[in-house]
Write a new protein. Structure first.
Length: 334
């Protein structure tokens, strides 16, 4: 079952909210602005519980530096020095984070209000937009289709399909933040497991150096442990007080990661080779400054800055060719 309603306006355009529900009472809500994943709700003993960070008004999604729930890109993550080369031709884009390009720049797809279509047969909503080269400075005009599906087994599937008029870059993702706990204000007791033996070395500006490193104590989530314990070990190792790091997960449709706590869990699956995690408190910047975190961003994507590192994965989208990526999130009661 799919319900459509108005969610406000951005730049004079109506933003639509779609709520998809299955027979278990599980619901996901998505909005046309930034093709954002607005909510993920499950029913337990007659009580509804939200699993992700969200806002109940479109204003929360406009000009928000945390990109909560948004589709980001054309290229998620950072591109070092805001430049790259395709077929021997170098492209230099307007930097939006120091010298670097973050999430496709200030005119990325996360600023678009998408066209929308309901697919009742598949319990899905389909968003489409065209990203013009003149708008974001990437080569080629990119037609992007994003399909959100809620299955009968409480799986959320997000498919990203791109086709460009010129060879370009394509590596979008959903910037979703998870907190599956009863306490939605503090993520410290949420357990995290990541099936990765390596993480990326990064410079001070968080751009990858090109090296893959065996996970050390502060970064090792191969066995489940709480965010609090991870942060404690991270600080002991290198005095860092937040996670903003990328794990090398390998191209596989097997389980990439799992978050769990208070009797519920979400497993993450991807057909790309990386996942960025980021501890944050999008609702309260003062708590963020105090290093108190309400949720954990988990961004399934090809490794950041892949275009500038030959063994990070191929994110070049050839002209006229359609490429599709899929992220999947499965809820279960533990």
């Amino acid at each position: 079952m799919i319900k459509e309603q108005n969610f406000g306006q951005v730049d004079g355009e109506d933003v639509k909210l779609f709520t998809i529900e299955n027979k278990n009472g599980t619901k996901i809500s998505v909005i046309s602005y930034a093709a954002a994943w607005q909510n993920f709700e499950v029913v337990e003993d007659g009580t509804t519980h939200s699993l992700i960070e969200h806002y109940d008004d479109v204003s929360g999604y406009v000009d928000n530096p945390y990109q909560v729930g948004k589709t980001v890109g054309r290229v998620a993550g950072r591109i070092g020095n805001a430049k790259f080369t395709i077929n021997g031709k170098q492209f230099k884009l307007p930097a939006n984070e120091g010298d670097n390009l973050l999430h496709g720049g200030d005119k990325g797809i996360q600023t678009h209000n998408f066209d929308s279509e309901i697919d009742e047969k598949n319990n899905a909503v389909i968003f489409t937009t065209v990203m013009k080269s003149a708008e974001d400075n990437f080569p080629g005009d990119l037609t992007l289709t994003i399909k959100y599906t809620l299955t009968k087994n409480d799986e959320v599937e997000i498919e990203y399909t791109g086709e460009s008029t010129e060879d370009t870059l394509f590596n979008p993702t959903c910037h979703v933040y998870f907190n599956v706990l009863d306490d939605t204000t503090d993520v410290s007791k949420q357990e995290l497991q990541i099936n990765a033996d390596e993480s990326l070395a990064i410079y001070g500006d968080k751009v990858p150096t090109g090296r893959k490193l065996p996970v050390t104590s502060g970064y090792d989530f191969r066995k489940p442990r709480t965010i609090a314990q991870g942060l404690k070990d991270l600080y002991a190792e290198n005095q860092k007080i937040e996670f903003d790091d990328c794990y090398v997960t390998g191209k596989s449709k097997s389980e990439v990661a799992k978050v769990s706590g208070d009797g519920r869990s979400v497993k993450l699956y991807s057909d790309r080779n990386g996942m960025v995690i980021f501890t944050a408190n999008p609702q309260d910047s003062k708590k963020q400054d105090a290093h108190e975190y309400s949720s954990l961003a988990m961004e399934l994507q090809m490794l950041p800055d892949a275009i500038n590192h030959k063994d990070f994965g191929d994110i070049v989208l050839p002209a006229g060719k359609k490429v599709t990526y899929k992220n999947k999130y499965k809820y279960a009661k533990d």
